[in-house]
Write a protein that binds this ligand. Structure first.
Ligand SMILES: O=C(CO)[C@H](O)[C@H](O)COP(=O)(O)O
Length: 218
């Protein structure tokens, strides 16, 4: 079974958590793209979606799913998104696709975070995947120096501008033993918009595509 087939299986499995007549929170990435394909098959039964990126918005609209502005929505029962790494406590690293800030905002509104991954994303300790940090452009060098003080090796993601007009620093060589503590510390650096640790708001349900089928963790 290929990695993409495992992503697809996880994406389609998330459909069972979508409530009838609801507005669905939709994340970003190749696994979520499979979920959007699945969602399109029940579009007559849902009201629409709130999206975490311009890329997902374009795909949702192309498939005929109405996309709402988050400010016009006061309740999302579920948010479905992928992850770059997830540990047994359901803490995640996200932002490989540079959509971390909008993802964190939509996730904050949702009652339940449904994380969909293939089995390569499961880890014991977060940090092998470089931690993305979204930064206001003029603060880039200052924030990089502060991240070095926290023990990381930040690398500017050249050529990438986020949907919010900011830049990304990918922080290498962090062994993240206390994800909530580090999430707070990095967010407290002036010039940081947010970082890709989703620990204070982790996943509620994890669907993992494996060669033996989709495994569910709660
Ligand atoms: O956080 C993300 C985008 O910012 C994605 O959820 C994460 O990068 C996983 O992507 P994929 O499903 O393509 O492996």
């Amino acid at each position: 079974m290929t990695q993409d087939e495992m992503k697809k299986a996880a994406g389609w499995a998330a459909l069972q958590y979508v409530e009838r007549d609801s507005i669905v929170g939709v994340g970003t990435g190749s696994t979520v793209n499979h979920f959007i394909d699945a969602l399109a098959t029940i579009k007559a039964d849902i009201e629409g979606a709130v999206s975490s990126s311009e890329a997902s918005t374009a795909k949702l609209k192309a498939l005929g799913i109405p996309v709402y502005d988050l400010n016009s929505v006061d309740k999302l029962s579920v948010y479905v998104d992928g992850a770059d790494e997830i540990n047994p406590h359901m803490d995640m690293i996200k932002g490989g696709g540079a959509a971390l800030t909008r993802e964190k905002i939509v996730a904050a509104v949702a009652d339940k975070f449904i994380c969909i991954v293939d089995n390569t994303k499961q880890v014991d300790i977060l940090g092998n995947f470089p931690l993305p940090v979204e930064v206001i452009p003029m603060a880039r060098s200052y924030v990089a120096r502060e991240l070095v003080k926290l023990g990381g090796d930040p690398v500017y993601r050249e050529g990438v501008v986020t949907d919010n007009g900011n830049v990304i620093l990918d922080v290498y060589n962090l062994k993240i033993m206390e994800p909530k503590v580090l999430e707070d510390k990095i967010n407290a650096i002036v010039g940081v918009v947010t970082n890709g640790l989703f620990a204070k708001r982790g996943a509620d349900v994890l669907l993992v595509g494996t060669p033996d089928g989709v495994k569910t963790f709660k």
